[in-house]
Design a protein around this ligand. Structure first.
Ligand code: BGC
Length: 802
């Protein structure tokens, strides 16, 4: 496989749902799964078109209660294009014998191509090449081109190009018992001049209106005049039909250009009007393609990461970058959308936004920080809702939801179905208050990388102060411990949501949460040194931050409780009372279950409860070593009066590694990272697992429902920051590259505080080149030695001796 091409060489119906997800095309504004143009949702194919931030809420009666979920809506399908011989069925792969099949996404240009040769029941052989793209140049446009060649026959065929509004959300089997029809089709029609068809849909709760218009042109051996087109309507469906006479071995071309507008768009009059105008004015396939590919070229110039290793490693890294850039782009900027954990590629987790940003933003910070800023604004705009949530729960400040969608309300489901047992069970994962630390951490990372004080001053600081107020009010004083503590939360490891045998939910003193809370308070205390005192005064006044409150932050930063398995360390206890849990018989589950990634589901189906065991779904304590450098951890622990040495890290990894099932794809990212320096072989194994998360659907069925964006971007970030040893600490950029044995060479460009530079690294040396446009001198610390770089300078550093 070429490393820019992501291809499938055969037709395997059972793999189609997975392939559709991985062949999704999008531009940050909307995305469409890689379904075949002639297909519809039928158990094998699942066409899906999703609008960035296109949500709708529906109520469902389930398990004796009424619940409301907010879903990422599957909008009308703009793909339909098919043909038939007179009086026969419409073409579909299940109706013919497939003689040749190849499907390929060109990652460089963002084009999906499918090449087919098939034989029908009358022994007619036909070749079909379809190409399509969702324009990265013009966010409202998509286009496709069909080239159909009769290999051994001649005669008339009927071509149908349609817009299908009869769409419900059916992409995730375990949600199917819930209400899933979000759309009303309010209008369908064709242009008076017969140039296009259109369809208008509106969501039945959020009242978002989407208009699509499609222009279809046919050319080839026997071009058909537009006037011969016939328009056919049925409820929610509009189609343009044409009869074309085919000549043996002469190709006909069908070109379909589609425009999509919604009532959420900026600078529009009305979506249907814009869609119609846009499709009428749009250039043809080839011209649109040229511009689209040009924009992809520019994106790759900023974003490519070159890695000489196994061919698969390079290719999958590019696939990951490709899908990230299709989810968030300049076209999503300003649209008030967040970054969904599963991309706009399917319906898993309903398009919700979690803490996964923590694994994703760094890639953007170092390349297109404008996008991170925009995604942080998604959080800023939802402060009012987060304030309300904090107040209703009895806290101060702002409490961001574990799962966020349209307006920032908590969107976590309250019950979920265990597909293993078929039972609906309570879902208490919403108690993951650590999401708030992630939001603040993301503000810090963005600020560190860009030095954008204006953002910090106007928006970032307010987010951080509000989160600090929340942590401070959630924290209580324990007379017994003579320390502060946080009770009733869930850590990143979602297997543990309560103490076994108790009714109340949440756990006490999750170490990760407690330390992150301290870190946020420390950040809040530092803000007066970073931004103008007048702005601090304004914010203190606006948010009612008093001196005693600030003093409380200082006190918590000295006396927060962190549980250890043994009071003198060194193994941090995931939460208080963890030591009382039982050891799991891992061998039993490794032997009996191919896939023991979702132990919670397996145990529940056996009438047991994962809460009883020392078994984690994903990295929890180890998250600390992922997010913080050793220096920073030593600083934090010593501020709290705990002994912590670099050796403690290895002991914690050794303890938690065998007790983690990696039921979240985020987990191997963290493990690969924390092992990168101490156990390169195991780290490489975890890195490879993370790389395969989606391409091989390692969770056995989750990728068909959407990509795992955290693992995708996180794997690229491993190359970018972990393998290069890139850290920003105390305003200094540090590099300490250690390549895995299997990487011979890597090359990437990074933007640090408005300065682009490139890194070329082999096992032997690092070559660092400053861009010729640099305006200042920048000091970079390479393995402890500081070098000052000026514009255009290139320096080489040997790496072997350390
Ligand atoms: C993980 C969470 C993650 C979510 C969305 C869950 O399975 O446990 O950490 O945020 O998926 O990716």
């Amino acid at each position: 496989m070429e490393d820019w091409k992501f291809s499938y060489e055969n037709w395997v119906p059972e793999e189609q749902a997975l392939r559709e997800t991985l062949c999704t095309l999008g531009n940050g504004y909307f995305a469409t799964r890689g379904a075949a143009e002639e297909s519809s949702a039928d158990g094998i194919n699942y066409p899906g078109t999703y609008l960035a931030g296109g949500y709708n809420r529906l109520k469902s009666d389930i398990a004796g209660r009424t619940i409301e979920n907010e879903d990422l809506v599957n909008w009308p399908n703009w793909l339909p294009l098919t043909f038939r011989h007179p009086k026969e069925k419409w073409f579909g792969l299940s109706e013919v014998t497939v003689v040749y099949f190849k499907q390929e996404v060109d990652l460089k240009t963002g084009v999906l191509t499918r090449q087919l040769r098939f034989r029908d029941k009358s022994n007619r052989e036909t070749s079909l090449t379809s190409r399509r793209f969702v324009s990265m140049d013009q966010p409202h446009l998509a286009a496709m081109l069909w080239e159909l060649t009769p290999e051994n026959w001649s005669g008339p065929i009927e071509i149908r190009s349609a817009l299908d509004g009869n769409i419900c959300n059916l992409g995730v089997a375990r949600y199917r018992q819930l209400s899933n029809c979000h759309l009303n089709i309010t209008e369908t029609g064709e242009a008076e001049n017969h140039n296009f068809i259109y369809l208008v849909a509106e969501t039945n709760q959020s009242r978002v209106r989407m208009a699509m218009a499609a222009r279809t042109r046919i050319s080839g051996s026997l071009p058909t005049d537009c006037s011969e087109y016939v328009y056919k309507k049925r409820k929610g469906f509009i189609a343009q039909h044409a009869i074309v006479n085919c000549e043996k071995q002469q190709s006909i071309r069908v070109e379909k250009v589609v425009a999509v507008y919604t009532s959420r768009d900026l600078a529009i009059s009305e979506p249907a009007l814009e869609a119609k105008n846009s499709v009428e004015r749009a250039a043809g396939f080839s011209e649109l393609l040229e511009e689209h590919s040009r924009v992809w070229g520019l994106l790759w110039k900023r974003c490519d990461v070159i890695v000489s290793s196994t061919e698969r490693t390079q290719q999958v890294l590019r696939l990951h970058i490709f899908h990230l850039l299709q989810t968030v782009s300049v076209h999503s900027a300003g649209m008030d959308v967040g970054l969904p954990a599963r991309g706009w590629h399917g319906e898993a987790y309903r398009g919700h936004i979690f803490w996964d940003e923590l694994f994703i933003f760094s890639f953007l910070n170092f390349r297109i920080p404008e996008l991170t800023r925009d995604l942080l604004m998604y959080r800023y705009r939802r402060l009012p809702e987060a304030r309300l949530a904090a107040r209703e729960a009895g806290y101060r400040g702002a409490m961001f939801p574990w799962q966020s969608g349209s307006n920032g309300r908590e969107e976590s489901q309250i019950i979920h179905m265990n597909p293993k047992s078929g039972r609906w069970i309570p879902d208490n994962t919403f108690r993951q208050r650590h999401i708030n630390a992630a939001v603040a951490y993301n503000v810090w990372q963005y600020y560190q990388t860009t030095n954008n004080v204006t953002f910090l001053s106007w928006y970032g600081a307010e987010i951080v102060f509000e989160i600090a107020l929340f942590w401070s009010s959630l924290t209580t004083w324990s007379e017994e411990k003579q320390r502060f503590e946080i009770k009733g939360v869930v850590g990143p490891d979602e297997y543990h949501t309560q103490y076994p045998g108790t009714d109340s939910t949440g756990l006490n003193n999750n170490a990760y949460t407690n330390l992150m809370a301290v870190w946020v308070l420390q950040f809040a205390l530092k803000l007066p040194d970073l931004i103008h005192y007048e702005r601090i005064e304004e914010l203190y006044a606006k948010l009612h931050i008093s001196e005693p409150e600030v003093q409380r932050w200082r006190d918590i930063c000295k006396l927060m409780f962190i549980p250890f398995l043994d009071p003198v360390g060194p193994v941090i206890s995931q939460f208080e009372g963890y030591e009382k849990l039982q050891e799991l018989d891992w061998n039993k589950y490794r032997k009996t279950e191919d896939d023991m990634l979702r132990l919670d589901r397996i145990l529940e189906s056996e009438g047991d409860d994962v809460n009883r065991y020392k078994a984690s779904k994903q990295a929890d304590v180890l998250m600390l070593f992922y997010l913080f450098s050793t220096e920073k951890l030593i600083e934090l622990f010593s501020m709290l009066g705990y002994r912590f040495t670099p050796e403690c890290i290895a002991e914690n990894i050794a303890y938690y590694e065998p007790r983690t099932s990696h039921g979240s794809t985020l987990s191997t990212i963290v493990h690969a990272w924390v092992l990168a320096r101490s156990d390169r072989k195991r780290s490489w194994g975890d890195f490879q697992t993370a790389l395969l998360s989606d391409v091989e659907d390692i969770q056995g069925g989750t990728t068909p429902e959407g990509i795992h964006l955290g693992a995708m971007a996180g794997s690229v970030d491993l190359v970018q920051r972990c393998f290069t040893g890139l850290v920003i600490y105390n305003d200094e950029l540090l590099l300490n590259p250690v390549l895995p044995d299997k990487i011979y060479y890597m090359e990437l460009r990074l933007k640090y505080r408005e300065h682009w530079f490139s890194l070329r690294i082999t096992q032997e040396k690092l070559v660092l080149a400053a861009d010729k446009e640099w305006t200042d001198e920048i000091a970079i610390n390479i393995r402890g030695t500081v070098t000052r770089f000026k514009a255009g300078e290139v320096h080489e550093f040997p790496l072997k001796q350390s």
